[in-house]
Design a protein around this ligand. Structure first.
Ligand code: RIB
Ligand code: CA
Length: 314
């Protein structure tokens, strides 16, 4: 058995974050060194609580969960209760967590882990605003060359934005943090709306989770039934995009995705396009190609992987 890949999941749960965390917990190829919560979909006190609820749902109270940034680097926090509900995890009735929240500040945990572990062995998986990642890079620039890869959900180009006409939520909430990360020189794989909008739930796909007949399967079905309604109404689709699990699925089966190396630049000046990720997909500029941008997904394969791996949990 090859050694499992060490990851830190940085997250703002969020039902789609929750499914991403469950996918990682159901996959022995991955070792979750820690989960760092960030303010995003809902305020930090809820995202850190939700992360612990999900770990306990999966029977993993041993996972270390850390609280990070309470707000973006410079801008006011924008949240998304209209999508995720007041708790950020509306849908299932999950018990309050009993596992502890780690004392250590998430940013310090990220820095300490990267400086301690062998260089090139830790993958960062941001699923929310990039505030924690940017703060870690500012706090200790020496971590940058030690990071194996950043595989993130965020941005959009051909698909436009989901929180403004130009910007996707994770980047919009903290554009300054995103700008710093995309200019860091760290290898980045990006899952923008252009690919996540092709990973749509459906009643049949949600039924497959329920048919697992487990706590995890039922809770996942309940989360997705709540989560999809917002995008169904907005886009007139049957089903909603399952954004964040694309990050973990890429680590497990990269062949599910297709994309190309591009330059990605983040708008941080104009309020009209604030947080827009300008993706030079056709290579019309001489800007450095700083990310592998995914645009296509084998969505049947993606959902089959999700059901199979979540089926390994209780
Ligand atoms: O725009 C989608 C992203 O914003 C997802 O990560 C979702 O959880 C929210 O954080
Ligand atoms: Ca998220």
């Amino acid at each position: 058995m090859p050694q499992s890949r060490k990851i830190i999941i940085d997250t703002d749960p969020g039902q789609d974050d929750a499914v991403a965390i469950l996918l990682a917990l159901g996959s022995s190829e991955l070792e979750i060194v820690g989960i760092t919560a960030v303010a995003g979909n809902v305020p930090l006190k809820l995202t850190q609580n939700n992360a612990r609820k999900i770990c306990e749902l999966a029977g993993r109270p041993d996972i270390k969960v850390y609280a990070g940034a309470i707000r973006p680097l410079t801008r006011e926090l924008v949240t998304a209760e209209e999508v995720h509900g007041k708790t950020g995890l509306n849908g299932p009735q999950l018990p309050e967590p009993t596992m502890p929240l780690q004392e250590q500040y998430a940013v310090d945990f990220i820095v300490e882990t990267l400086m301690r572990e062998e260089s090139g062995t830790i993958t960062l998986c941001p699923l929310g605003p990039l505030t924690n990642i940017a703060l870690a890079l500012i706090r200790e620039p020496r971590i940058a060359p030690r990071i194996k890869e950043i595989v993130l959900m965020g941005g959009g180009f051909f698909e436009g934005g989901n929180v403004t006409p130009a910007a996707e939520f994770n980047i919009y909430v903290d554009p300054q943090a995103a700008d710093l990360v995309f200019k860091s020189g760290i290898p980045i794989v990006m899952m923008p709306l252009d690919v996540t909008h092709k990973a749509l739930t459906s009643s049949k796909r949600i039924q497959a989770f329920r048919q697992l007949g487990t706590k995890v399967g039922t809770a996942t079905a309940e989360m997705l039934e709540f989560f999809e309604r917002y995008d169904e109404e907005k886009y007139g689709t049957d089903g909603g995009p399952l954004h964040d699990p694309c990050v973990i699925a890429y680590l497990l089966k990269p062949e599910l995705f297709k994309g190309r190396r591009c330059n990605v630049s983040v708008e941080t000046a104009s309020e009209l396009t604030m947080g827009m990720t300008v993706i030079d997909w056709w290579g019309v500029t001489k800007r450095e190609k700083n990310a592998t941008v995914m645009r296509d997904i084998d969505h049947d394969g993606f959902f089959a992987l999700l059901v199979e791996r979540l089926g390994r949990l209780n």
